[in-house]
Design a protein around this ligand. Sequence first.
Ligand SMILES: [Zn+2]
Length: 405
Amino acid sequence: MTLRLYSTLARTTRELTTVVPGEVRIYVCGVTPYYVTHLGHAFSYVQFDALRRYLTDSGYRVRYVQNVTDIDDDMIRVSREQGRTIHEIRDENDSQFRRDLDRLNVLRPTEYPYATNHIRQILGLTQQLIDRGHAYAVDGDVFYEATTFDGYGALRGLGMAELGKLENPESKRAQKKRGPLDFLLWQQVDPGDPSWDSPWGPGRPGWSIECTAMSMAHLGDQIDIHGGGSDLVYPHHTNEIAQAEGATGLAPFCGYWMHNGMLQSEGRKMAKSKPETLVFARHLMERYEPDHLRLYLLMQHYRADADYHDGDMDTLRPRFERLKSVVTSAPGTAPMSSPLLAAFREAVDEDFHVSAGIDVLDQAASRVLAGSADPDDAASVKVALAVLGFAFAGARGPALGDLTP
Ligand SMILES: [Zn+2]
């Protein structure tokens, strides 16, 4: 069996096929570094790191792009509040974020683009959308006209009328827009805020166009997998489909929309506005080994919403210690294939069900410790855990210390 993935747009699970045979192009929405990241971010990026490693082990060449949204309302607000430039704020938070991911053994992306380094591409894409009749300029702003794109809202599974009932972040510009769902590609800025020259006057990009421009710049007009949190389905990813397919005329923009679930803490949404709800990966890594945290994060299915409770890591400890002790005592020579590795893969292949794969490994680990395992089992457990990115199993890690993009 080969990997089957659920796509939010198709609403079904299909065997992975790619635009270019043998290559997987993945774009994952990155962070907006106006604040430190929390455990929910670590959950998302550890999952996509494991996916990338699993695909590489399956024989694919993987190109993995993850962006940094370094210009948006929040970046500007914090910059004003702190009297520092958006780049200073970006560099401080982004460095901390990457140090956390390094410790979790998350591989560096193939490309790590900043939105502010892609203004030229954003302007080009915006002009293309105007030329093709999807966008219009009004008094310094440029809007995408949602009704010009057939199927706008399909990713969210809603029609235009239902979408109109949802919260719309751009409703304050209602008088300038032709339709209520129209969204910004380019926007005028308040005096003193960062801006770039454009044919429509000085301004800055809208949010969603940034990711589409960076994805197309680094991975081409069509990609295989687009990842991100389920909170990005609408409007961000809905807009991305309209932008990319509207500009190129090529469909689909993306073969598989993979959305990870939301990680809560103690039954509450983690929100920067409520610091008491936040759990940080780096704090947990002061008390637990990074691989222990990685195991916790991978024991949640990527698509499920999860709830972190203080004590969950301790509950997981026997399993972590069991796997670690089997790996430590495993022979140096590893099998290329074994019944156990086949069973592991079969479990994971069903919509990247990593936790089911780890269950298979853990049962084998118990047999190893009980002295009733097959001869290859310990080595197979080690091989499989290395594929999932566990450092204690010998997985390759990022080049520590190198934080330049
Ligand atoms: Zn994005």
